[in-house]
Design a binder for this molecule. Structure first.
Ligand SMILES: *Cc1c(COP(=O)(O)O)cnc(C)c1O
Length: 503
């Protein structure tokens, strides 16, 4: 059989041409750009065939288009280990829930940590170990993560006991929610480490970056047969798995009869932070999935809303800690990939804009690219009050209990329909976390909250709504912490050396 090889270039160096395994092992391109496919596979004609597939079979088909230096057996191994039946609750890892005739919630949070990041971080470790076998002589991967909450836990669960990997997670001592902290310090697994850092998220991130780029550390690791690798959300290996569920949910609308042709468009609504999840939907559409509009929903940190409306990306603004903390972000890294596509794949232009962002905190893409963005995307935002109101209304009027991130998406979608009148196009709305993961805010939207204790709130929310908290969260109550270490920022490197047994 004749196989098309898929290569990858960088948003800041169009001249590169690397295989998928190297792109996944490396994470980010040397000049600071992000890896993108040289071209996107066109799959319109395969949709009738894909319609008949279960999630895992579809995932293998999608990955087969992109990971052309992996064998079918290797891809199959990755998929079967990541999306094992039962690991995400039911037979299929995602669920599509109709709220009304036209509103469908795509639940992506039935995995081990109750947030959508599991969809990618359950499979990334398998992609990564295969990639290292191919491009780095089977070196052991050491993953360092600085986290403000969701990513750290999802990465720990993904890499837990995966042969050929070790993972160390650093979180700011005073910067994560009680439930998130509990999730991390009770983490199981033989190859994991978790450490609190004195300071805020920036301190943790700086400490990790310093270690990553320390030549002495790199050599010491190399001598031990190890190398640093990244589970960061800009790794292509995290974006690719997210393309699958947009096809799956569209085809599910087809299977249930809500859509009857393979050209009928949908709207896709995504609560957005780093622009990864919504970018995967855009890639799906460029491959042949019919999408009318991408609705990009932000919280009060509305840098993307402003960008979509004005073409000016301006991070020089106050940072707000909101009730949807996983979207509290002022630099949406993956936007770079969209702008690369919309500016004619000109890496010089991109390098210029990203340089301006770093130096001045602002760049302007000009009218031509702005119009292209606006043709595809609708941007909107809502504050904490509107978020709470949406949680309450969605529960009272539609009988659906949603988390705060999903509520942001629902409210911005409401604004979109109000503004455009486009309420008849079927909408797929990404539901990105279990309501029990952000239980204080969700309960607080329904009644005044008295308790500080997360588990009191969890049980109260269960009693009030007659819904069930995920077992993954319930079972954390009373579980012994394994990782109680707190390290000053400047001693982080010592912790890494000690834990890895380096000289
Ligand atoms: C990470 C996260 C998001 C934002 O996703 P991006 O890909 O960063 O845009 C939204 N909701 C939840 C619950 C998350 O954990």
């Amino acid at each position: 059989m004749w196989v098309m090889w898929m290569h990858y270039k960088s948003t800041r160096n169009s001249g590169l041409s690397l295989p998928a395994s190297q792109v996944i092992a490396q994470g980010i391109s040397e000049e600071g750009g992000l890896f993108v496919p040289e071209s996107l596979p066109q799959v319109q004609e395969k949709l009738p065939l894909w319609r008949e597939m279960d999630y895992r079979t579809l995932a293998k088909a999608v990955f087969g288009e992109f990971l052309t230096d992996f064998s079918q057996e290797e891809i199959s191994h990755c998929v079967e280990n990541a999306y094992t039946p039962g690991k995400f609750g039911g037979e299929e890892p995602v669920k599509l829930i109709p709220l009304t005739e036209n509103k469908h919630l795509l639940e992506l949070w039935h995995g081990p940590t109750c947030a959508f990041k599991d969809m990618a971080l359950q499979i990334l470790p398998h992609f990564l170990t295969k990639s290292l076998e191919k491009s780095a002589e089977g070196k052991e991967a050491v993953i360092l993560v600085a986290t403000s909450g969701d990513t750290g836990k999802a990465a720990l669960e993904g890499f837990k006991d995966v042969p050929g990997t070790k993972i160390l997670v650093f979180y700011p001592r005073d910067g994560v929610s009680p439930m998130q902290k509990r999730q991390m310090v009770t983490q199981e697994g033989q190859n994991v480490g978790v450490c609190a850092i004195e300071g805020n998220f920036d301190d943790a991130q700086t400490a990790v970056k310093t270690i990553f780029t320390d030549p002495g550390m790199k050599q010491a690791l190399y001598d031990k047969g190890m190398m640093f690798s990244s589970a960061n959300s800009i790794n292509w290996g995290r974006l690719l798995p997210q393309i699958v569920y947009y096809f799956y949910s569209y085809l599910e609308l087809h299977r249930t009869g809500r859509i009857t042709s393979f050209s009928e468009p949908v709207n896709i609504v995504v609560p957005t932070g780093n622009f990864g999840n919504i970018l995967a939907a855009y890639y799906a559409s460029q491959m042949g999935l019919p999408v009318k509009k991408f609705v990009c929903a932000s919280n009060r940190n509305k840098v993307l809303t402003d960008f979509i409306r004005t073409g000016v990306y301006d991070r020089r603004r106050e940072f707000y800690a909101t009730s949807s903390p996983s979207m509290d972000i002022l630099i949406s890294s993956n936007l770079e990939r969209l702008l690369y596509a919309l500016s004619g794949e000109d890496s010089n232009i991109l390098a210029g804009w990203m340089g301006k962002l770093q130096k001045n905190g602002v760049y302007d893409v000009g009218p031509e690219v702005r119009e292209k963005v606006q043709k595809l995307f609708y941007g909107g935002f809502c504050d904490d009050e509107a978020t709470a109101q949406t949680v309450r209304r969605t529960w009272e009027q539609e009988g659906y209990l949603c988390d705060t991130h999903t509520a942001v998406a629902l409210d911005v979608y409401r604004q979109y329909v109000e503004e455009t009148g486009d309420g008849d196009t079927p909408a797929i709305i990404a539901s990105t976390a279990s309501p029990y993961k952000f239980v204080g805010h969700v309960l607080g939207a329904l009644e005044p909250v008295q308790e500080e204790d997360e588990f009191e709130n969890l049980h109260r929310l269960e009693a009030l709504t007659h819904t069930q908290a995920p077992q993954q969260l319930v079972s954390l109550q009373g579980k012994e912490p394994r990782f109680t270490q707190v390290t000053p920022r400047e001693q982080t490197a010592d912790y890494v050396r000690r834990t890895l047994g380096l000289a």
